[in-house]
Design a binder for this molecule. Sequence first.
Ligand code: 13P
Ligand code: ZN
Length: 270
Amino acid sequence: MKKILKAPFLVQTVRLLTNMYRLGWDERNGGNLSYILKEDEVKTYLNTKKVLRTIPLNFDASNLAGKYFLVTGTGKYFKNVQYDPETNLGIIRIAQDGNNAELLWGFADGGSFTSELPSHLMSHIERLKIDPKHRVVLHCHPTYTVAMSLVHELTEREFTRSIWKVCTECIVVFPEGIGVLPWMVCGTPEIGRLTADKMKQYRLCLWGAHGIFGTGQSLDEAFGLIETVEKAAQLYMIASSQPLKNLITDEQLKDVAEAFKLNYNKDFIN
Ligand code: 13P
Ligand code: ZN
C-alpha cells in the first residue's frame, strides 16, 4: 500500500487549501471542499474494506452510493490543513443506503465532514448529470465577492453583468453566468437543494453575505472560476467608488463571445 500523504490528490488539495487561506478567503473554519476520488485511486492507498466509522448524513444521497470523496472537516481551519491533513481532512464513501458516510481515513480527532455537505453532495449530483467528468465542489468566503454581494443588486442577471463588464476574461471563463441565492441559513438541506438547483445551469453559485461555490472537473477549474469572479469583484469594488465610465459594453461582450465562440447566456446581454 502506498503512503496516502504522498497521494497526488491529497498533496494538491493541501496546496490548494493552504493557498486559499493565504488569499484571505478562508478565515477561521470558513470554506470547505469535496473532491470525488476514483475507486482505483483510493485502493492504491487504503484498504477500502476497512470502515473506521459510519457517520449519518441526515439527507438522501443515494444517487452517490459507493462514491468516494475527499472532504474537509467541520470546524477545521484551512490554515492548519498542511500541518495535520489526517485531522482536518477525511475520505468518505457514501453507503449503499445513501443515508450514511463510511469514513475510510482522516478526521483523526473524532471529527466529521463539513456542515455544508448537503450543498456539496446535492451539487455533485446535479453537475454529474451535466458533466460525467465533474469532480470538485469548493466553497469559500472571498473578500471582494462577499463585499460586492452587500452593495450590488442580488439577481443573477445584474450581478453577472457587472462582473462580466469589468474584466474581459470573465465571460470567457464563465459564459453561462453566476447563480445567485439571497442570504439564507447555511449548512441545511434546504440551502443544499437550492444551491444544487442553480448548479443545473451554472458552475458557480453566490450566497449573499456569505460566500461562493465553484465546481469543476479539477481542483484548478473550481478554484479558477472563483478566482476569476473574485478578481472582477475586486476591480468592481475598487472602481465603483468613482463614476464607472469605461465598462465593457453589451456590444463588446457579444464581440468577445463571437471571437471565442462562446455558448454564452444570451438572457444576460441587452
Ligand atoms: P464547516 O466548518 O462546517 O465546513 O463550515 C464552514 C463554512 O464556511 C460554512 O458555510
Ligand atoms: Zn461558508
